[in-house]
Design a protein around this ligand. Structure first.
Ligand SMILES: NC(=O)c1ccc[n+]([C@@H]2O[C@H](COP(=O)([O-])OP(=O)(O)OC[C@H]3O[C@@H](n4cnc5c(N)ncnc54)[C@H](O)[C@@H]3O)[C@@H](O)[C@H]2O)c1
Length: 338
């Protein structure tokens, strides 16, 4: 049943890079992350048979200008095949958006190379770019034809980026009361971890939600837990936090808000704090910057005339579109994690 959920989303698992590239159509075009190509030069033999472009994945470059570069590449080379994004969430979001809009939509395939992309952005069809510094403000929903996951790529991923993926896994562990968080307590270190069971759990939860509410009109909002504050931190301090690190801090502040709003027990926040320390997450936000962060939170596309958050009534019981007062947010943001 759960395998079917992922099959329906076009998720395939491969154990080698060779198997990954053999599973791609022969008429594919490639957009490849520049760092991935440096770390895995053997990829060259798979992609150089076909037109390819190399891209730098940087959050400040995730803009319409980057999309236009993909359009130029597609304009020169595209016939009928899919365009394949080989990289992390940035490449997937940008190439997916270009594919969604070029010739009113051409097929695209994802080969995620970061933990975050494997456990989150590869599924769900959200594509887009930042606009005037605000996260993912321009975009649409457009599903990849398939996503091929190969954990081998994670061998070269720096600890900060592994932690970033872990941030999204922590979110899944709070949204569903199962043994995900407990499992993390038993892991020795990030670099020795086998991520496969966690990726699977995360994707299964995400698939079950997305299949009920693809357009993010109600139930899917739960996956935004931690993201109002997370996106604001990422927008305000782009060079400080990786996406999932900002989300992990967001989870902390949004758990605090959940305690004040729903009387959520503080044990859950204490569990989170232990895991954040165990895996060396950044646990502070720059002092005296509450107003800057609030400015970004006000611009969040999840708001209407009020600030709207996903909060937890209990472990595994999210409540969506909850109104939060600016005063409470200010108070939360001035809270220092022990
Ligand atoms: N569409 C969605 O549903 C969704 C969900 C979550 C996040 N996102 C977006 O994803 C982005 C973050 O994605 P990300 O964390 O994958 O970041 P990323 O794409 O920026 O990659 C992080 C860094 O790792 C490098 N890298 C990639 N693969 C590597 C590998 N195998 N070995 C060594 N280095 C490698 C990249 O060059 C980059 O420097 C954000 O822009 C976020 O908004 C989208």
């Amino acid at each position: 049943m759960e395998e079917l959920l992922l099959k329906k989303e076009g998720i395939e698992f491969k154990s080698s890079l060779k198997g990954t590239f053999e599973a791609l159509p022969k008429d594919a075009l490639f957009v490849v992350d520049s760092v991935v190509l440096t770390k895995w030069p053997e990829l060259m033999s798979s992609i150089c048979q076909r037109p390819y472009m190399v891209m730098e994945a940087r959050e400040d470059l995730k803009t319409l200008a980057m999309v236009e570069k993909v359009y130029e590449f597609l304009f020169q080379h595209h016939e009928t095949g899919p365009v394949v994004a080989v990289g992390g969430g940035i490449l997937g979001d940008v190439v997916g958006f270009a594919a969604a809009t070029f010739k009113r939509g051409i097929p695209f395939i994802l080969v995620p190379t970061t933990l975050l992309a494997m456990c989150d952005s590869t599924l769900g069809g959200k594509v887009g770019v930042n606009y005037k510094g605000v996260k993912n403000y321009v975009g649409t929903f457009y599903k990849p034809q398939k996503s091929i996951l190969c954990q081998t790529f994670l061998k070269t991923l720096p600890a900060k980026q592994l932690r970033s993926g872990l941030g999204e896994l922590l979110k899944y562990g709070l949204l569903k009361k199962d043994d995900l968080l407990e499992g993390l307590f038993h892991e020795k270190s990030l670099v020795e971890m086998d991520f496969a069971p966690y990726i699977l759990k995360g994707l299964q939860l995400k698939a079950s939600v997305v299949q009920e509410d693809f357009r993010d009109l109600y139930k899917r909002n739960m996956l935004n837990f931690g993201h109002n504050v997370g996106h604001a931190l990422e927008g305000a301090f782009p060079m400080v936090y990786a996406h999932g690190e900002a989300v992990a801090l967001g989870l902390y502040y949004e758990l605090l808000l959940s305690e004040w709003t729903f009387g959520l027990e503080k044990d859950l926040r204490e569990k989170l704090v232990k895991l954040l320390h165990k895996f060396d997450f950044p646990t502070t936000i720059p002092l005296g910057q509450e107003e800057v962060i609030l400015g970004y939170i006000r611009k969040d596309k999840k708001n209407d005339e009020k600030l709207r958050f996903t909060l937890l009534r209990a472990w595994g019981v999210p409540e969506i579109k909850i109104e939060v007062q600016e005063e409470e947010l200010r108070k939360a943001l001035s809270w220092v994690m022990e």
